[in-house]
Design a protein around this ligand. Structure first.
Ligand code: PEP
Ligand code: MG
Length: 583
């Protein structure tokens, strides 16, 4: 039966494919496809994990037996029996084998997928005793996952792109999940999924941002999509309208197929602008930079004609590593790869910004649910709390600058003391490299303006920094007191609220007056509906996902900044700026 689910449109385009429901688990689970010749090894890995967990339970049973008669611990004995039975359950083992052989999921992914399938059956059971066995099943699966994570190294690398590895021959797959952490998303980045849907998340949640950077259709905040949609259902994701159509009729499918082709034609047309300089009708040259999450994204940045990287979110190197952070050398190699990948164009590397909706691992997400991580130990606060770790990152970035132009960008600054401490540590990192005779280039240091307190004290920032970059995602969140990751208040997350626009405009104007570069690197920069307004405010440097660059460039080529300046002043003074933007 056809039905649709509505959410927030976060990444444009149409995807049509079979649903892959990713189960949420408390254990971090790798999701990747295995090669056909790895299938047996994968099944063996699973058997080994199952046997180890069974042996462990048997040992506990033996221990209980040694302690006294079997009926001394009747409940525990019965529970262990249930666990052993579940481990041997054919529906679990056969189902997991199916996902590995037919879809080529890695063992952990297959296990959590089958868990999801069986858990739904448990949910539908009348008998409360049987319904409660779901928790037991989750426990044994979790134990197997832990065994697999602890011992073996996974077969194959996570998320490598290779269409031949896609399960189910050539049927496209779309991913449906309750939630995906930014680290999960990164893992899927090179994968074969044609689109994403999540139950939770706001327009500028980091999950949405990574989806956009992958340039594939995505809908977030679709509430109960992961419950309503079943494994293998046919699904259409309309990333422009924020709609997910499940089990579409042939007519609906044909309509979306047409829309998909239109999108491809439009992309093809835009690609011709790649080498056209971004110059407005009145001759103003506009800098179009790329936002990247990993060094390999440099390829997409160059392909889109970016003249540099305006934001390398370095935290993605730190995520999904089970607490084992990259050391200086590993970071240096990654930054160097990005610098070399950009072939002489500048790369702005932002120091790590974890916390808020970017936990390092699901396991290290903070347990203090009553605290708001967006207001907690995040970004520069996290770095300054561990100066040794921060110095490692600073040295790694400075060393990468020996291989090409690098700018250093600091997130979430608000206080003069933070500025002083940060700059002192940057100097210390330079001194340490000099003392060790390690080469490093001249690196400009910039600050992100993403807290209203910073936007209201721009002169202080201009005194200490070479350039500014406005992080509108957080600036909107903190100005309007709207959690950017919370779909329940996403209708109030308003990029054109007069307060936001005034902070952005004033930051740009003050930077320009001092002759310092000011860029916008939040999602606002890649939104074509905002291009004219930002130009009118005097912005000359935009940093966005590579996939957005050509559309924004097209808008720039049609704009006259002299005319836009007067219009922008009217928008800034308006009570309802959105109504003027629609004109
Ligand atoms: C921003 O806040 O606008 C920004 C670019 O940083 P992030 O989205 O990574 O928080
Ligand atoms: Mg930010």
């Amino acid at each position: 039966m056809t039905f649709s689910v509505h959410g927030l449109a976060v990444s444009r385009g149409v995807a049509i494919g079979r649903a892959v429901i990713v189960a949420s688990s408390r254990v971090d689970v790798a999701h990747y496809f295995v090669q056909p010749d790895q299938i047996d090894a994968e099944i063996q890995r699973l058997r080994r994990a199952r046997d180890l967990v069974s042996e462990d339970i048997a040992r506990v049973q033996q221990g209980l037996h040694d302690l006294g008669p079997a009926d001394a611990h009747p409940e525990l004995t019965a529970l262990l029996d249930v666990h052993l039975m579940l481990l041997q359950d054919e529906q679990l083992t056969n189902g997991v084998k199916h996902w590995i052989t037919e879809r080529r999921y890695n063992a952990e992914w297959a296990l959590t997928t089958q868990l999801e399938v069986i858990a739904r059956q448990f949910d539908e059971m009348e008998d409360p005793y049987l319904r409660e066995r779901k928790a037991d099943l989750e426990q044994v699966v979790e134990r197997m996952l832990r065994v697999m994570r602890g011992g073996d190294t996974p077969v194959g690398l996570p998320g490598q792109a290779d269409a031949s590895r896609q399960g189910g021959a050539d049927e496209p797959l779309v991913l449906i999940a309750h939630d995906l952490s930014p680290a999960d998303m990164l893992q899927f980045k090179q994968s074969v999924f044609a689109g994403f849907v999540t139950d939770v998340g706001g327009k500028t949640s980091h999950t949405a941002i990574v989806a956009r950077s992958m340039d594939i259709p995505a809908v977030v905040g679709a509430r109960s999509a992961s419950h309503l949609i079943n494994q293998d259902d046919w699904v259409v994701i309309d990333g422009d309208a924020g709609v997910v159509v499940v089990d579409p009729s042939p007519i609906v499918l044909a309509e979306y197929g047409f829309k998909q082709r239109q999108g491809e034609i439009e992309r093809e047309r835009l690609s011709r602008l790649k080498n056209t300089p971004a110059v407005t009708l009145d001759g103003q040259t506009i800098e179009l930079l790329a936002n990247i999450e990993q060094p390999s994204d440099a390829v997409a940045a160059l392909k889109a004609g970016a003249v540099g990287v305006g934001l390398f979110r370095s935290e993605f190197l730190f995520m999904g590593r089970n607490g084992r952070l990259p050391d200086e050398q590993e970071q240096y190699l990654a930054y160097r790869a990005a610098v070399e990948g950009m072939q002489g164009l500048p790369v702005t590397i932002r120091t790590v910004d974890v916390g808020a909706d970017k936990p390092l691992d699901r396991n290290t997400a903070r347990s203090e649910d009553h605290l708001n991580p967006a207001l907690g130990l995040r970004a520069i606060r996290w770095s300054l709390a561990d100066p040794a770790m921060f110095l490692e990152q600073l040295r790694a970035i400075l060393r990468a600058s020996a291989h090409g132009p690098v700018n250093l960008l600091i997130p979430m600054l608000a206080h003069a003391t933070e500025i002083r401490q940060t700059l002192a540590l940057v100097q210390k990192a330079r001194d340490q490299l000099d003392a060790a005779c390690q080469p490093h280039g001249a690196v400009k240091v910039g600050a992100m303006i993403e807290i209203p307190a910073a936007a209201l004290t721009v002169p202080m920032f201009l005194r200490h920094f070479d350039f500014l970059s406005i992080g509108t995602n957080d600036l909107i969140q903190y100005t309007l007191a709207i959690d950017r990751a919370d779909e329940a208040v996403s209708h109030l997350y308003d990029p054109v609220h007069p307060a936001v626009l005034q902070l952005v405009a004033a930051t740009i104007a003050q930077g320009r007056a001092q002759g310092k570069s000011v860029s916008v690197c939040g999602e606002m920069a890649g939104d074509v509906a905002m291009t004219r307004l930002l130009l009118g405010m005097g912005l000359r440097s935009f940093s966005m996902h590579p996939s957005q660059i050509l559309q924004v460039k097209q808008q720039i080529l049609r704009s006259d900044t002299a005319k836009l300046e007067t219009w922008a002043q009217r928008v800034l003074a308006a009570e309802d700026p959105a109504s003027l933007l629609r004109d």
